[in-house]
Design a protein around this ligand. Structure first.
Ligand SMILES: NC(=O)C1=CN([C@@H]2O[C@H](COP(=O)(O)OP(=O)(O)OC[C@H]3O[C@@H](n4cnc5c(N)ncnc54)[C@H](OP(=O)(O)O)[C@@H]3O)[C@@H](O)[C@H]2O)C=CC1
Ligand SMILES: O=C(O)C1=N[C@H](C(=O)O)C[C@H](O)C1
Length: 261
């Protein structure tokens, strides 16, 4: 799709979708899901080593990116410049990266980018539940568990969950750090510090994507756990984002607003 193409579309036409990272674990699943969706046409499948200009040449209106934190920013920039809406599942997003994308979108005010740390509905719900619980508990830690092929740690979902909890704690006047008497620790044994919240990353063959948020206070604990047992769990959320991004100019973070939660 180029800028010479209209910004409005008939709702009867299938949405023309391109997939970046199409031969990867998630990309291949997205290609199958888009192919099976009656209101979408899969028009481009691009992986490492393929030409990115195949995407605008194919007439794609929306691109779905499941690639790698090291390449995703170049992909988003190119697609936005070409006037293509982008749905991003790739991890590795910081506030700085988000500000860069907002800057690119200023030149394309009718285009949208959706960045979702996790497309599984249960994961989105569990993050909201954790945010709601945060103010009631002085202690909190996150354990994320993933397959052994994952290249980044902590997971994007855990980083986002930690930030949501940190904001809720600050708003409630809780200390940034939960009580912790540790003075003597082997490096790494207390996990990563994400805005004051400890995050522990496990990598194990046989897993897909799992997360526990553990809260504690006097005499009780609360554990919020979500398990993606198969990558099909992410597909309803991906398809929803493809439909919604056409109606949502600018940058949207997370699926929450699309699920009305
Ligand atoms: N938001 C969510 O719900 C989810 C997010 N993810 C995230 O999605 C990302 C991908 O995960 P996963 O599918 O498991 O990873 P994979 O490694 O299986 O897939 C990534 C694919 O992208 C390809 N690739 C690399 N560079 C480019 C490029 N410049 N253009 C096009 N394709 C490229 C890779 O090729 P090559 O192998 O040759 O480098 C590979 O085929 C990760 O960041 C992961 O954390 C995963 C699951 C759910
Ligand atoms: O790499 C994965 O597999 C996943 N990545 C995302 C993340 O980093 O949070 C989403 C999900 O956890 C699966």
């Amino acid at each position: 799709m180029t800028d010479s193409q209209p910004t409005t579309r008939s709702s009867d036409e299938p949405i023309r979708v391109g997939v970046l990272g199409a031969r990867g674990r998630m990309g291949a699943e997205v290609c199958r899901a888009v192919d099976a969706a009656e209101d979408m046409d899969l028009v481009a499948m691009v992986d490492a080593g393929d030409w990115l200009f195949n995407v605008p040449d194919s007439g794609a209106e929306v691109v779905v990116d499941f690639t790698h934190p090291g390449v995703v920013m170049d992909n988003i920039r190119y697609c936005v410049e070409q006037g293509i809406h982008v749905v991003v599942g790739t991890s590795g997003f910081t506030d700085h990266r988000m500000d860069m994308i907002r800057g690119w979108l200023e030149h394309k005010p009718d285009r949208g980018v959706v960045i979702a740390p996790n497309f599984a509905i249960g994961a989105v719900l569990s993050m909201k539940f954790a945010e709601a619980a945060a103010r009631f508990y002085e202690s909190v830690e996150i354990v994320e568990l993933h397959h052994e092929r994952k290249v980044d740690a902590p997971s994007g979902t855990a980083a986002r969950t930690a930030r949501m909890i940190a904001e809720a704690r600050a708003a409630a006047g809780l200390e940034k750090y939960a009580p912790d008497a540790t003075t003597d620790a082997l490096e790494g044994s207390r996990g990563a510090d994400v805005d004051g919240v400890r995050v522990h990353s496990l990598r194990l063959a046989g897993l897909v994507a799992h997360q526990e948020v553990l809260f504690g206070t006097t005499g009780e604990t609360l554990t919020i756990r979500h398990d993606s047992l198969d990558r099909s769990s992410f597909m309803p959320g991906v398809l929803l984002a493809v439909r919604e991004v056409l109606k949502r100019p600018g940058l949207t973070l997370g699926l929450e607003s699309m699920l009305d939660i």
